[in-house]
Design a protein around this ligand. Structure first.
Ligand SMILES: Nc1nc2c(c(=O)[nH]1)N[C@H]1C(S)=C(S)[C@@H](COP(=O)(O)OP(=O)(O)OC[C@H]3O[C@@H](n4cnc5c(N)ncnc54)[C@H](O)[C@@H]3O)O[C@H]1N2
Ligand code: MOO
Length: 405
């Protein structure tokens, strides 16, 4: 018995994924050293242990003074450096303290004038002609960045360098993160041989288990790579049952119309429900998403580029949701087409392309390819340019979305 046909638009499929990803139960947690938190998802919020900054902080090397006095000559009472405190009396009228970037502003001062904006005058200093000082200038007040007890990082955030630094600034030597989900990778197909084996002329090396394992790891999960399943009901069912012991299952191949495309049939026999059995995209049209024995699974089309595109669009958001991450959307950017593009309408296209990234006016150029089996061309690409389903011809200079790999 085959699964009911349910073909969605890309937007509908993405919404379905988003809804299921958001509803995942929270994984177990563990504590890890701060540097080991790179790429992990925070399970408990990081809270400011004191005001940030903890004192009124000078943002410039210069002189702390009262703005209302800065029109005249100022007596320099001493120096305060980062790591020091001005313990002498609060600043009075006409007084200044030499101050370094990062030092606490002495009591009584309400601005810092930059050293390059003053001139010496007698025993003191004065502002260069035409310069003004404003109250609060070059000072970040205590607690302006965060108040003591405020949440700096919420649970569900993925930790990269910035979040690690923010946790370090709050005194966290360790953080609580979610355990990594275990994601089964199951390639199917009688034509497949292992990478190290010599293929016969009609055989194909199994590359999908490698692309999937690498992308699963990059998404912050643990890949459990199972032996290739053969296109035979009994052994396929055994392999799928084993895969369903993991938190999430990624299968590749066997989801199209061929006589030996048995993945959906076997899943149906296991009582699976299907959320979609196709998406109006290319590559990746036959992509399948469902749930069996309480576990979500993807049947990703076997063509190597289709496998990767559908992973990025659907499987990765689901992995991120399963990992406890609150933001799960695929990463899209915008760029200008370097050359015109012509395609057939009806499917949203994700075409291998090179993004020439620039501070302004990033450009994207398609890579010539032979379709969704062309791994060699795709290996020269660094993104996929997106062509909306209703567009047949796009002109050079048009802005398009690109899916970042
Ligand atoms: N009559 C139709 N034929 C096809 C349709 C269709 O709608 N009607 N859809 C096409 C599309 S689109 C795709 S994509 C493929 C998807 O096919 P399957 O998911 O069933 O995948 P297979 O047939 O098993 O393999 C397709 C292709 O990919 C190679 N492959 C498979 N697994 C691997 C792997 N692990 N590593 C490397 N390469 C792999 C396989 O050898 C085939 O060349 O169906 C179209 N056909
Ligand atoms: O849509 Mo299939 O994924 O082209 O080759």
């Amino acid at each position: 018995m085959n699964a009911p046909v349910k073909v969605l638009s890309y937007v509908q499929a993405a919404e379905a994924i988003g809804a299921h990803a958001a509803g995942r139960p929270r994984p177990g947690t563990e504590k890890v050293g701060l540097l080991d938190a790179q790429g992990r998802v925070l399970a408990a919020g990081v809270v400011a242990d004191r005001d940030q900054p903890p004192f009124d902080r000078s943002t410039r090397d210069g002189f702390a003074c009262r703005a209302e006095d800065a029109g005249g000559a100022l007596r320099v009472m001493g120096t305060v450096r980062a790591g020091e405190v001005w313990h002498v009396d609060p600043l009075g009228a006409g007084e200044a303290v030499e101050i370094m970037t990062g030092a606490p502003v002495p009591a009584g001062a309400d601005c810092v004038v930059m050293v390059e904006h003053v001139v010496e005058c007698g025993a003191g200093i004065e502002l260069q002609v035409g310069r003004m000082a404003r109250r609060g200038e070059n000072i970040v007040p205590r607690g302006a960045e965060a108040a003591k007890g405020g949440v700096i990082l919420a649970a569900g955030v993925r930790m990269t360098a910035t979040q690690i630094a923010a946790a370090a600034a709050c005194g966290y030597a360790e953080v609580e993160v979610f355990q990594r989900p275990r994601v089964a990778v199951l390639a199917t197909g009688d034509e497949l041989v292992q990478v190290a084996d010599a293929p016969l002329p009609h055989q194909i090396r199994n590359s999908n288990s490698y692309s999937l394992a690498a992308m699963v790891a990059a998404a912050g999960a643990e890949a459990v790579v199972l032996p290739v399943a053969r296109d035979e009901r009994g052994s396929l069912e055994t392999s799928i049952r084993e895969a369903l012991e993991c938190d999430l299952v990624l299968m590749s191949g066997g989801v199209s119309m061929g006589k030996y495309d048995l993945v959906e049939e076997v899943l149906t026999g296991l009582g699976a429900e299907f959320f979609f059995t196709g998406v109006e995209i290319q590559p990746g049209r036959p992509a399948v998403f469902g749930r069996a024995m309480g576990k979500y699974f993807f049947g990703l089309p076997g063509n190597p580029v289709s496998t990767m595109v559908t992973f990025l669009l659907f499987a990765e958001p689901m992995i991120r949701g399963t990992a406890g991450e609150s933001e799960t959307s695929p990463r899209f950017a915008q760029a200008t087409l370097a050359e015109p593009v012509k395609v057939k309408t009806g499917l949203r296209r994700f075409l291998p392309a090179v993004l020439e990234s620039a501070v302004e006016g990033s450009r994207v150029k398609l890579v010539a390819w032979q379709g969704s089996g062309d791994l060699a061309a795709t290996a020269r690409a660094n993104c996929f340019a997106v062509v909306p389903p209703e567009r047949e011809a796009l002109a050079a200079g048009e802005v398009v979305s690109v899916l970042l790999a």
